[in-house]
Design a protein around this ligand. Structure first.
Ligand SMILES: Nc1ncnc2c1ncn2[C@@H]1O[C@H](COP(=O)(O)OP(=O)(O)OP(=O)(O)O)[C@@H](O)[C@H]1O
Ligand SMILES: C=C(C)CCOP(=O)(O)O
Length: 258
């Protein structure tokens, strides 16, 4: 790796929990979807389409079931250590499966666990404090850091959930990402007739079409996703499985949020 490569702005990619797991069936992977996503990432790195990549994955049927069973969300915390262990443990199990499949394909993927790093020091109403030294250094050293939705220490509220979408926003802003991709089960942000909206540049114009997730989801589904991605400087794209390879090649995919 040259010094110039190390300075290049990274691409930040989220693999949605809805995409890589069977969201209605506790702790079950969607094996073909996860394999296809890992193939696309490995191929893009091997082809040199992307050289610096940070990956985040969501909770799907691993995190959300444990969190909702215990009444924990991005705004409702817990002080029960068993509940924290259940949520974090499930997310680590999912993370291990994602890492294993990426590494099998030659991707130098390593874990970064947000519970050990991040905090909501201003409580649930405040911002997320996510120190990026480890992720940035891993990128500089040629690794692909893989973060995930997790529990997060929250001042005044114990531990709440941090969504993969929030992590994507923090990573993209803090690392100066070139582009951001959010790969989910839908081909983009859909309008009231189910058609993909090519571009979103303000929340109000799409608010009516934006619902929560179809499945158990403690972090706000598509509406929260769009709101968070709009706050970024880098262009963000929301797309389905078919959009992943085009996105990694630097092409447009799904809905552009800018
Ligand atoms: N207008 C809309 N356009 C697209 N999807 C929408 C819309 N309104 C609601 N949705 C829902 O949002 C879901 C995608 O958000 P969700 O948070 O479930 O995805 P994810 O990021 O893949 O999962 P996870 O949160 O587990 O990581 C879609 O499956 C769909 O049910
Ligand atoms: C429920 C947990 C622990 C993770 C939530 O992350 P998301 O699936 O990206 O919303």
């Amino acid at each position: 790796m040259t010094g110039d490569d190390a300075a290049a702005p990274p691409v930040v990619l989220k693999l949605g929990g809805s995409l890589i797991t069977e969201k209605d069936s506790p702790e079950t992977l969607d094996e073909p979807a996860l394999d296809a996503a890992c193939d696309a990432v490995a191929d893009a790195l091997a082809a040199g389409d992307v050289d610096r990549l940070a990956v985040v994955h969501g909770g799907g049927s691993f995190g959300h079931h444990h969190a909702s069973e215990r009444g924990v969300s991005t705004t409702e915390g817990t002080r029960d250590a068993d509940a924290v262990a259940a949520i974090h443990g499930a997310m680590k199990r999912l993370n291990a499966r994602v890492l294993e499949r990426l590494r099998e394909r030659g991707v130098p993927a390593v874990p970064v666990h947000p519970l050990s790093l991040a905090a909501r020091t201003g409580g649930t109403g405040g911002g997320l404090d996510l120190p990026l030294g480890s992720t940035a250094t891993l990128l500089d050293e040629g690794f692909v850091p893989v973060l995930h939705g997790d529990g997060v220490a929250t001042a005044g509220d114990g531990v709440t959930v941090v969504s993969g979408d929030e992590l994507v926003v923090e990573l993209a802003a803090g690392l100066g990402a070139r582009r951001v991709g959010v790969c989910s089960t839908v081909p983009g942000v859909l309008d009231g007739d189910g058609a993909v909206i090519p571009e979103v540049d303000d929340f109000e114009s799409v608010a009516d079409a934006l619902g929560a997730s179809d499945a158990t989801d403690v972090s706000g589904g598509m509406a929260a996703k769009v709101r968070e991605l709009l706050a970024l400087d880098a262009p963000a794209y929301v797309f389905g499985a078919d959009g992943l390879s085009p996105f990694l090649r630097g092409e447009g995919a799904g809905t552009r949020i800018d």
